[in-house]
Design a protein around this ligand. Structure first.
Ligand code: NDP
Length: 298
């Protein structure tokens, strides 16, 4: 998956999707039922609508049944909670995803905590996040983007155990869970954030760099230790008059410079992005298998 140092996330994601499709077929043969994913969207945000469309299309392609609840921007918190409760009770639904962000009048944490732990395919339920932090405990689901980062390391045979990793960003959806996953895999991790001093020095010492700060090309080539593996999660629009849309996407790493020193680096786009949806499909199928086998916690 690495050619000219470029780690092709699209190709890895395609392989995972093919594996998921094969598992879906096995489950259908064995149990006569398809895995099902429900996506809840509230409001009209264009970017959210696009993400939801992409997720539904990806489900279709691998044979996962997709269910949806499109609620208007004016939906009340209770209506959103009622929708989640209905999906929790629906035996055809094995994964529930609430597209974020929610409109401001809705308490995001309350909604995420209302999703059944057994159907929490985004892995944002506090119980799943909590288990991720604990030694000897395993979450039922891990958030998709962090899981995708680890999968990229694994599928390129990057050793994690015993190595130094720098994670830049500590959000609930990327930085923090990816740092916790690396710790579970016995890396020595430094988690950087907006108050970190001498970040450059921290990155220089890292064998694995995971950048998730949302700062266009902040990480320079000279910061990268020769031979390090760089996973760039950042997706930042920068003005570009030559593009039809008027902008292009760049990562948190100055790609060409960082590539010089890195052993492998993910491009933006085409790196971590495609992995996120692939891992969502994988989480959904794993969940369905647990339901079909009767090994859920509830
Ligand atoms: P958030 O804005 O929630 O978090 C950003 C994190 O980066 C924060 O912890 C922040 O620190 C830290 N940070 C910001 N600026 C700096 C800086 N100058 N130096 C060091 N740390 C800094 O972002 P997300 O985690 O949601 O997303 C991060 C990036 O990843 C974005 O570009 C986003 O678009 C992309 N993304 C891509 C996905 C994909 O599938 N490819 C999926 C999800 C996100 P502090 O905590 O101190 O504020």
């Amino acid at each position: 998956f690495v050619s000219d140092k470029i780690l092709d996330g699209k190709a890895v994601a395609a392989q995972i999707r093919a594996e998921v499709a094969a598992t879906v077929n096995l489950l259908k043969d064995k149990h006569g039922k398809a895995p099902g994913l429900a996506v809840v969207i509230v409001g009209e945000r264009k970017d959210s609508q696009t993400y939801v469309r992409m997720k539904k299309k990806a489900c279709e392609e691998v044979g996962i049944a997709s269910f949806g609840a499109d609620l208007p921007e004016t939906a009340t918190q209770q209506e959103v909670l009622d929708t989640v409760a209905q999906l929790n009770a629906d035996p055809n639904v094995h994964g529930i995803l609430v597209q974020l962000p929610l409109p401001k009048h809705i308490d995001e944490q309350l909604v995420l905590a209302a999703i059944s732990v057994d159907k929490d395919v985004d892995g944002f339920h506090p119980l799943n996040m909590g288990r991720l932090c604990m030694k000897g405990r395993e979450p039922l689901f891990v958030p998709c983007t962090p899981l995708g980062c680890i999968e990229l390391l694994d599928r390129t045979n990057t050793q994690i155990s015993g190595r130094r990793a720098a994670v830049i960003g500590r959000s609930n959806i990327v930085g923090m869970p990816v740092a916790l996953l690396l710790i579970k895999r016995n890396a020595t991790v430094t988690l950087c954030h907006s108050a970190t001093q001498n970040m450059e020095q921290v990155v220089r010492e890292a064998d694995i760099v995971i950048a998730a700060a949302g700062q266009a090309e902040m990480i320079k080539g000279s910061w990268i230790k020769p031979g390090a593996v760089v996973i760039d999660v950042g997706t930042n629009p920068v003005d570009d008059a030559t593009k039809k849309a008027g902008y292009r996407l760049v990562g948190d790493c100055a790609f060409e410079e960082c590539k010089e020193n890195a052993a492998a680096i993910t491009p933006v786009p085409g790196g971590v992005g495609p992995m996120t949806i692939a891992m969502l499909l994988k989480n959904t199928v794993n969940s369905a298998a647990r339901f079909f086998d009767g090994t859920c916690t509830h």
